[in-house]
Design a protein around this ligand. Structure first.
Ligand code: NAD
Length: 333
């Protein structure tokens, strides 16, 4: 039902049902690494909740999934780590029209057209890596954005992540840990042979591997990583997002080299078309494109909400099985 046609009471009821369901799906996804529904179904229900909450802001409560990053991490048995700066999620859009609207808001807010760095949206989970005098001393998951889990021992098993940087600097960098497609296929084959339930997708397999307590198991899981962010760019002497990626690579950190700087939003459609077509050929899963204000000063000016940066947005690829998704949504609501 379009929100203009909803009574306040009907809106309140739908909002509260969606908040409750999405919270339950979030616990299964973030804390148990075992999703109950397809991502695209979750995304569609989440988008409906965002629309309803913006039409009826009196029913937004601080526990709503729209106001919180990730899950609560009550079960894993890993030590907790307080993030020096919050680890945020990303806002998402599903069409070029919505991207245009985001660009218009961003341009209006800055007072000029920002250039954008386009990156592939890696289908993994966020990690923070702390290096002290060039040595890897801590790795943590995003958790609820404020408190993450200490996964240092497991991250040390990931070959792509250097234990020592090429320069003796002290810095926290962030990126994505993912399971390459080949590792995922091999893992699920083995699990089938062992009579174990297969992982639903590479993202859940990566998260499940990282958050289990046995580093020997981790070594067999062949995870990899890309670094794409630091909250301390001054340490690197960089002023742009694309420049930060270059510096990460110089330091020996793994970076995805498929990024591209554009100066107007219409140029994004070529990038989206290219990677929609090339998606299957990549050795790792991607679920969209991330658009980031390229000038770090612009990022600071745009700031963030409690959950997402205003200087970036994720364009999500359409789900591969659209019909199944429509049916699942009908079944879920
Ligand atoms: P998200 O995964 O959609 O986007 C934010 C994350 O993108 C960041 O935290 C980062 O880890 C990652 N990322 C990948 N490449 C990046 C890049 N180049 N630059 C910056 N960040 C990059 O958001 P989320 O909050 O982690 O999770 C929400 C998503 O999780 C939903 O859209 C949904 O698809 C899925 N989800 C599914 C279920 C389910 O039941 N199936 C439940 C909860 C969440």
């Amino acid at each position: 039902i379009p929100i203009e046609k909803l009574t306040t009471q009907a809106a309140q009821q739908e909002i509260s049902q969606l908040q409750e369901k999405l919270t339950q799906y979030g616990v299964a996804y973030y804390e148990q690494d075992a999703p109950l529904i397809e991502d695209a179904v979750y995304d569609a229900l989440y988008a409906r909740l965002v629309t309803l909450e913006s039409g009826f802001p009196q029913f937004v409560n601080p526990d709503s999934p729209t106001q919180n990053v990730g899950g609560a991490m009550t079960k894993s048995g890993l030590d907790k780590v307080i993030h020096p700066a919050p680890m945020l999620s990303l806002g998402d859009v599903f069409s070029l029209t919505e991207l245009d609207e985001w660009d218009t808001r961003t341009t209006k807010s800055l007072g000029f057209q920002s250039s954008y760095n386009l990156e592939l949206k890696i289908d993994g989970l966020a990690v923070a890596l702390t290096y002290a005098s060039g040595q890897l001393v801590q790795a943590s998951t995003r958790g609820n954005g404020t408190i993450g889990e200490d996964v240092t021992a497991n991250v040390k098993m990931i070959q792509a992540i250097p234990q020592v940087l090429s320069e003796p600097i002290t810095i926290e960098v962030r990126g994505e840990i993912y399971m390459p497609k080949a590792s995922f296929a091999a893992l699920n084959n083995q699990r089938e042979l062992d009579g174990l339930a297969p992982f639903a997708n590479p993202r859940n397999a990566a998260a499940g591997s990282l958050r289990q307590l046995n580093s020997k198991i981790m070594k067999q899981r062949h995870l990899s990583a890309f670094v794409y962010y630091t909250a301390e760019p001054d340490i690197l002497g960089v002023t742009t997002q694309s420049g930060a990626l270059t510096r990460f690579a110089e330091l020996g950190l793994p970076t995805d080299t498929h990024n591209r700087v554009i100066t107007k939003m219409t140029d994004i459609s070529d990038y989206i078309d290219e990677y929609t077509a090339a998606r299957d050929e990549l050795s790792y899963g991607i679920d969209g494109v991330v658009v980031k204000a390229n000038q770090l000063d612009d990022q600071l000016d745009l700031g963030h909400t409690v959950k997402i940066p205003r200087w970036a947005i994720a364009y999500k690829f359409p789900p591969e099985e659209a019909l199944t998704v429509v049916r699942e949504i009908e079944w879920t609501v």
